[in-house]
Design a protein around this ligand. Structure first.
Ligand SMILES: CC(C)(COP(=O)(O)OP(=O)(O)OC[C@H]1O[C@@H](n2cnc3c(N)ncnc32)[C@H](O)[C@@H]1OP(=O)(O)O)[C@@H](O)C(=O)NCCC(=O)NCCS
Length: 153
């Protein structure tokens, strides 16, 4: 992530998530850049030519890695870009030593859940989403590499 990605990331977030929950997406993108500069989060963008059409992030979590957001511009969805971005985040997870990655999908986001299931995630259980307050969340995980599990000899 670079400074120049702030605006497109905020705009893609606004377009993709505003219907799901209310947030200051510009402030959120700014916070993401700050954490990225501190090495606390991986942020990846995907471009068509020179135009940023999507992004995703990944950070450390006690049980491996955690994805907060993945989004592809509405007009660029269903062309395989989401899968490419997720594959890239999985590679980053492996490079960072995360044996699995997890995230919460809102119970109402059926298309997102289907997308993740097709890309190797399984449902772990239900949990309250602390960010999207009041929304039922479905916790999903994908094992990246069991060799990286902390209990391995
Ligand atoms: C979820 C999201 C990131 C997926 O991105 P995407 O670019 O549409 O993902 P893909 O194109 O790789 O796959 C999406 C679907 O399109 C289909 N598809 C992929 N390439 C295709 C093509 N060339 N033609 C037709 N369909 C295609 C895939 O089979 C897939 O189907 P599935 O969802 O039933 O598995 C995107 O829909 C999004 O940004 N949604 C809003 C934000 C969101 O909910 N994010 C997830 C929670 S953080």
């Amino acid at each position: 992530m670079e400074e120049e990605h702030l605006e497109p990331i905020a705009e893609i977030s606004r377009r993709c998530f505003s219907k799901i929950y209310v947030f200051d997406w510009y402030e959120n993108a700014g916070n993401m850049l700050k954490l990225f500069k501190q090495g606390k989060v991986v942020v990846r963008v995907i471009k068509k030519g020179e135009v940023v059409i999507g992004f995703g992030n990944l950070r450390s979590w006690p049980g491996g890695g955690w994805i907060d957001l993945i989004a592809i511009n509405p007009e660029d969805q269903k062309q395989g870009f989401g899968r490419m971005l997720l594959a890239d985040l999985k590679a980053k997870a492996k490079a960072n030593g995360y044996w699995k990655i997890s995230l919460i999908v809102s119970a109402s986001e059926k298309a997102a859940l289907s997308f993740y299931k097709r890309n190797g995630f399984v449902v772990v259980g239900e949990m309250v989403d602390q960010i999207k307050r009041g929304v039922n969340g479905i916790l999903i995980s994908c094992i990246i590499d069991y060799e990286l599990h902390p209990n391995q000899d």
